[in-house]
Design a protein around this ligand. Sequence first.
Ligand SMILES: [Zn+2]
Length: 601
Amino acid sequence: MTATSPQTPDRWSLDSWFTAFAAPDYVAFKTRLIADVESLLSRAMALGRGVEEIVVLIADLEKVAERLGHLSAYLGCLSADDANDEAVKSDESWISTVEADFSKLRACLQSALVALSDADFAQVLEAPALAGAEYAVNRMREEGHHQMPSDLESLAADLNVNGLHAWGRLYDTLSGKMVFDMTFPDGHTESVPMARRRALMSDPDRRLREASFHAGQKPWLDHADTLAAGLNGIAGTRLNLYQRRGIPHFLDSPLFDGGMSRASLDAMMQAIQTHIELPRRAILVAAKLQGTSALHFFDLEAPQIAAPDEKPLSWDDACATVDRAFTAAYPKLGNYFREMLAKRWIEAQPRAGKRPGAFCTGSPMLREERVYMTWHGTVHDMVTLAHEAGHAWHSCVLRPARSMASNYPMTLAETASNFGEMILLDGLLSDPALAAPMKAYLLDQEMLRAHAYLLNIPMRYEFEKAFYTERTSGEVSVSRLRELMTEAQVKWYGDTLLPDGADPMFWASKMHFFITGVSFYNFPYVFGYLLSQALFARFKAEGPAFLPKYEAFLSATGSASCEQVARETLGADLTSPDFWATALRAMEPTLAEYERLDVVN
Ligand SMILES: [Zn+2]
């Protein structure tokens, strides 16, 4: 390890994973993996109804999946680290074909599980070799129950490439080429790529937001018919497939993916509606700070208080601050964070060729975590570090569980990361030495997040639900899509949105509605946000006595439904609006401080 200046973050080390990319150990690992996936696949295709044979195959599949996950995570790390490395890219595309074989393998196994009698299936679940994997195996069979015969599934897979996913690719191509002519506040006109519009619409300068919003509507309006055809095509394909697979409601599939029930979803949305004045009050403060009576749609993502213009934060100081906050509130998390730094599990060095963004990944084979980010010296980066360290801690807590019991759904994925983030923010905000401008900035950031999760994302869910409901009886026109979008915005924002402040074209400009791999790419985020608020509120109320419960919660995230995990580890009932109401009210003290800001300013 070479000595680095104290200001420069270390690069991460992946030495314990492989000697190097394309080194002999890497090549040998790849060769063995290919052979083992092939032999598993032929065993799966010839799979009969013998309990013993099925149990052994599931256990073998788990081990091979760990190795595949190990290699895939390694390649993911390398390609983020150097986005231009073509050899890595070529292995990444190779591994996606292995993953496709793996899905075929799973499909064979699912059919075999469905063909078993309930008594035989009970024997599979009781097999000692599968202890701890019951939830995962049950889900495999449940998914299998909603499969069409294999020739139809294979036809659907082919048609999805040329139908469903083709609509998504069309959206990406069309939106990727969009440009609009915008007149800037200084009078100059420029042709702006659509990709820049989001940044312009979250600029602190309101004139930039307004100009980019209005000018940027034109391409969406020009292509409205094409985009509506795409949206109708995506939803129509899904509805056909649900019908053929015997899935009664369009929410069943995203709820299954989230490991949660409709009752919990409804209870959560109902509680937000009941407490809607809380996030709306945050919007009103933001409106007052900018001197308007309410916000326009183009104001919603803009900070009202800029980050204090201080000298860049050093990496060492940021690590020390995160460590202090973690250690004070949760010593085990502090220890783990220091261990990550000592073992060089965090990549943060600013360097050309790195992919933007941040993530946490890990090897399911070695049970080691890694965090990827790029350090630019901002408070925002420090919060990202705490967020990703929270994710890594979740995996660390799950280490004793077998890998089949370590996969948690999107709904539970953000709990630990938000928890880590909140420990840092809470530590910063309760520090009497914190300067007033920084405190104001942090409060504004927190409230921006609150109304995004509690108004904007529920609004998207509401729109999508109304759209799918109407789509079941035929195509939905552009004008109707505009109406549904406006109705959803008015319902959630009420009069905190200016009278002409809605964006009827948001169904077209928001890429999330066109993601073909996941439907309802919205409510799991609301769920994750509120659940982490609830957990943190209990931590504040119960103190360190809460932490063993928190760890029990994290340990169970891969082996039971959201409802069961919450009931058994926290005694919480996710199907009750009261649970969500408590989570919502947890924002009251921060909101009150935010409201005091507008008096001070
Ligand atoms: Zn995250």
